[in-house]
Design a protein around this ligand. Structure first.
Ligand SMILES: NC(=O)CCC(=O)C(=O)O
Length: 280
């Protein structure tokens, strides 16, 4: 299986429309790949908070249309990264009209929407995305020929229980679009490898390059195999990272080193000695 991760340069000197067209062209050039992956919020930039509302689009808006067409022109499965989605009034999980979500779109090679995933863990603590966007509530997997993708977005990478949930739902390839900053690049690499090793799954993590809203991006998109080996890693600039991977390696690794089978679920909370009686 051939996967191409398009590490897009997201800078403020390019309009959203131009970038959308340019990226559609880059996706078309990946004809022959099986799976193409784009980063998080590449229309606006993941840290360009003031642009979220201005550039928000309905699910089936201009990015959806351009990416559905690019996927079918190239004949590839396309994880089109995420968009700032303006949900229809009353359709969101949050109360109120038209909340925004950080929503990933996955298209089949015929250009049909195969899945939409609303990012569950929003970044920013009490600022930025965490207050501007609603939180997704559902895990999402996508069945494609020969394997199952589990999808998550950027900050989700820090929450191992989400990935374990995806693996329990059958995921073998964990796909993570991101807009990860250079400042925490060491975490990015370490966490991508950790999620691969602990879940005995491939991790395809596609970030952005460039600088937006004053935040230099890490780039360094990475593909890790189920043993934790780095199969390919991008540099800091815009780049297309192409890698051939064998989905059967997931079953092979899980069979040869069956650590997932040794999970112990439903552990009791620690015993609080101070509140117990002294009797045996
Ligand atoms: N867009 C994001 O989710 C950024 C996450 C991040 O910077 C971090 O986890 O560190």
């Amino acid at each position: 299986m051939r996967a191409s991760l398009i590490q897009i340069g997201v800078n403020e000197d390019e309009s959203v429309d131009s970038r959308r067209q340019r990226v559609a062209g880059l996706v078309r050039e990946q004809a022959g790949a099986d799976l193409v992956v784009l980063p998080e919020l590449w229309t606006t930039g993941a840290f360009a908070y003031e642009a979220f509302n201005r550039e928000a689009e309905p699910l089936e808006g201009p990015t959806y249309e351009a990416m559905a067409k690019a996927a079918s022109d190239a004949g590839v499965w396309l994880h089109a990264g995420s968009i700032p989605e303006r949900a229809a009034p009353g359709s969101g999980s949050a109360a109120g009209d038209g909340p925004l979500y950080n929503t990933s779109l996955v298209f089949s090679p015929s250009g049909e929407l195969a899945a939409a995933y609303r990012k569950i863990h929003r970044f920013g603590f009490d600022k930025g995305e965490a207050v501007l966007m609603g939180a997704g509530q559902e895990l999402v997997t996508v069945r494609m020929p020969g394997t199952t993708l589990g999808v998550a977005t950027c900050y989700d990478l820090r929450f191992p229980e989400l990935f374990r949930g995806l693996v329990d739902a059958g995921a073998e390839i964990l796909v993570l679009p991101a807009g990860w900053p250079e400042r925490r690049r060491a975490h990015w690499t370490l966490l991508a490898q950790a999620r691969a090793v602990e879940n005995q799954a491939f991790v395809l993590a596609c970030g952005t390059a460039g600088t937006h809203a004053g935040v230099p991006q890490a780039g360094h998109s990475i593909v890790v195999d189920p043993w934790g080996e780095v199969l390919a890693e991008a540099g800091p600039d815009e780049e297309i990272l192409t890698v051939d991977l064998d989905p059967a390696k997931v079953a092979g690794t899980r069979e040869q080193f069956p650590a997932l089978k040794d999970r112990v679920l439903g552990l009791r909370p620690p015993h609080d000695a101070s509140s117990s009686s002294s009797s045996p």
